[in-house]
Design a protein around this ligand. Sequence first.
Ligand code: PBG
Length: 329
Amino acid sequence: MEYPVTRLRRLRSSEPMRSLVRETHLEPGAFIYPLFICPGEGVRNEISSMPGVCNLSIDEALKEAEEAASLGIGGLLLFGLPESKDEEGSGAWAEDGIVQSALREFKKSAALKNLLLIADVCLCEYTSHGHCGIVKKQGEAYEIENDSSVRLIARTALSLAQAGADIVAPSDMMDGRVAAIRDELDEEGLEQVPVLSYASKFSSAFYGPFREAADSAPQFGDRRSYQMDGANLREAMREIELDLAEGADMLLMKPAMAYLDVIRAARERFDVPIGAYQVSGEYSMFQAAFAKGWLEPQRTMMESLVSIRRAGAGFIVTYFAKDAAKVLG
Ligand code: PBG
C-alpha cells in the first residue's frame, strides 16, 4: 500500500500519538552514574574538561550517591584517585584503598540499598606510569606484561568485591583477565558477584577528559598494545566470545556513539545483557557545544542516549545520568 492510502505522518500528529508508537524508551534505572573518589573531606573539585563532574571525597560522593538513588538511577561506577601511586598500582587492591573505603562507607547507607555499586577494575589510576598493567622496560623499548598484570587485576577485583562491590567491571583489556577474576572470586566464596566485562574496549581519543578526571594518562607511549584498534569489528566479536567463554556475565561496550555499529553487532550475536559507556569525550564535546549555545542541551542529551539504547544497549553508563533521570522525572 502506497501514498495516498499510506501516510506515515498520521502517527506523528500529536505527542500522545507519537508516544503510543515510540519504539525505544529510556528509564533512570537503566543509567549508571560514574563517580571519581579522591582522598580528603569536603572535597568537590570540578574536572575542567567535564563541567558538572567532580573529584569527590567519600563524604561528598555519598551525598552524590544518595541523590542518584533518589532519582531512581540504577547504579554507580566507581573510580579512585589514590593518595600515592607506584609501579605496580598497589593502591588498586589495598584493603584500605580509596574505592574499597568508599564501598564500605556506601554499604552502611540504607538510602543506597537499591543502587548497584559497580567497581571499575583497572590499574591505570594507581600506577605511577599510568598504564593499565605492569611495565617491563628494556632500554627505550617497553612492554605491558600480560600475565603478571592479570594476577594483580584479579587481586584488585577480589579486594573490591570483598569491600562490597555488587559487580566488578574489568577495563584493562589484558588477555585472560575475566577467567582469572572469576577464579579468584569463586575461590573466596564470592561466586555470586557478576563480572561486567569491557570486552571490546577500543583505544580511543574520546577517553581524553577521563584521564584528567582520574589522573590516569600514560606517562609514556599509549594503550594501543592492549586496547583495540577502532577499525576492527570482527576482532571485537572475538574479544567478546572469549570473555563470555571465560565467564563474563555481561558486556560493557565502549565508547558508545562512535561505535554504535559494534553495539548492534554484539546485540544480535550474543544473548547476554549489554551496556554501553558514553565516555568522557562524548560528554565533553556536548558540554562544549552547550556552552557555546550551539546545541540544545536537553534534546541533544536525550537523543544521544536514545541512539545508544536503539543500537542495542540495555543500560548506559553516562555522566548525564542525573540530568537525564531528572528529565524523565
Ligand atoms: C580505565 C578506564 C578508562 C575509562 C574507563 N576505565 C580510561 C582509559 O582506558 O584510558 C574511560 C572512561 C571515560 O572516558 O569516560 N582503564
